[in-house]
Ligand binder design. Structure first.
Ligand SMILES: Nc1ncnc2c1ncn2[C@@H]1O[C@H](COP(=O)(O)OP(=O)(O)OP(=O)(O)O)[C@@H](O)[C@H]1O
Length: 259
């Protein structure tokens, strides 16, 4: 692994329920290197999304972070004020969720949505922000003239590329991708992931990648961490996870996921 960009140390996240607190993420520790793609895998409900949202501090009640550190370039972002966190989000670390439609505002043109993110976080004028937005569309292979369109005027694959372009808008050092292509058909999924990978090579950001698709995960991740019941039980280079998993659960997961 390259020099770490982010170091998660003993992260604990609980959900408050009527039946008591449920620990969804238990003492999870791992690093993601600069420019590395780190895959987080495991069966449904094991805590992957809880980890992803907690790293951005976008977890919502009843979830709360009950312990640990998230060191980003050496600073614990769990200690940041809400204001500092607002600046941190999108400019240092951004996120692409499963449902692109939910991430986009249906009543605003794409130009409004790009300018909102760019102008809120930078000193750019409207004109400069529009230029930047046009450049971002080109990066994800969408014609810049389409900035005037509304989300429903794009196909599902294009919408997901728009969300990726917004995630790239402020040149973040890390992007969290939680099932970024799950709603799309297989060919489009692979195309989009190839595009993301090429962008990562060009811009050098790191990726936390979550997907249920083991072949995509192995193909695109440098290392994979396997979660089971809120704990991270194994971390290894992707090829090793596939060919010689260490933990019995990982062995079972590999066999099951490949069926
Ligand atoms: N709103 C909630 N209230 C109570 N417990 C919750 C809530 N959301 C999640 N949990 C608990 O946290 C655990 C982890 O959920 P999480 O969504 O992080 O899993 P996941 O691995 O991302 O699942 P999936 O692959 O299905 O998205 C769940 O098993 C559940 O016990």
């Amino acid at each position: 692994m390259s020099e770490p960009l982010i170091s998660i140390r003993n992260l604990c996240v609980d959900y408050i329920t009527d039946a008591g607190d449920v620990r969804a993420c238990n003492n999870v520790s791992f690093d993601i290197g600069k420019g590395e793609v780190f895959g987080l895998a495991g069966e449904s409900g094991c805590g992957k999304s809880t980890v992803a949202f907690s790293l951005m501090r976008l977890h919502k009640p009843p979830a709360y972070i009950s312990g640990g550190q998230v060191l980003f370039n050496g600073e614990d972002i769990l200690q940041y004020s809400d204001d500092r966190m607002q600046t941190f989000r999108w400019s240092e670390m951004s996120m692409v969720f499963q449902s692109a439609m939910n991430a986009l505002n249906p009543v605003l043109t794409m130009e409004e949505q790009f300018c909102d993110v760019i102008m809120r976080h930078t000193n750019m004028t409207r004109e400069q922000a529009v230029k930047r937005a046009q450049g971002l569309l080109e990066i994800v292979d969408i014609h810049p003239s389409r900035l005037n369109d509304y989300p429903h005027q794009f196909s599902g694959g294009m919408r997901q590329r728009l969300v990726i372009a917004i995630a790239l808008a402020l040149n973040p050092k890390m992007i969290i991708m939680d099932e970024p292509t799950t709603a799309l058909d297989v060919v489009v999924q692979r195309e989009i992931l190839q595009k993301i990978y090429a962008l990562k090579e060009e811009f050098g950001f790191s990726i936390l990648f979550i997907t249920h698709d083991i072949s995509l995960m192995v193909e695109f991740s440098d290392r994979i961490g396997i979660m089971y019941s809120g704990e991270l039980i194994e971390v290894a280079p992707s090829k090793q996870i596939l060919e010689s998993p260490y933990h019995p659960y990982t062995k079972g997961w590999v066999v099951h996921s490949r069926r």
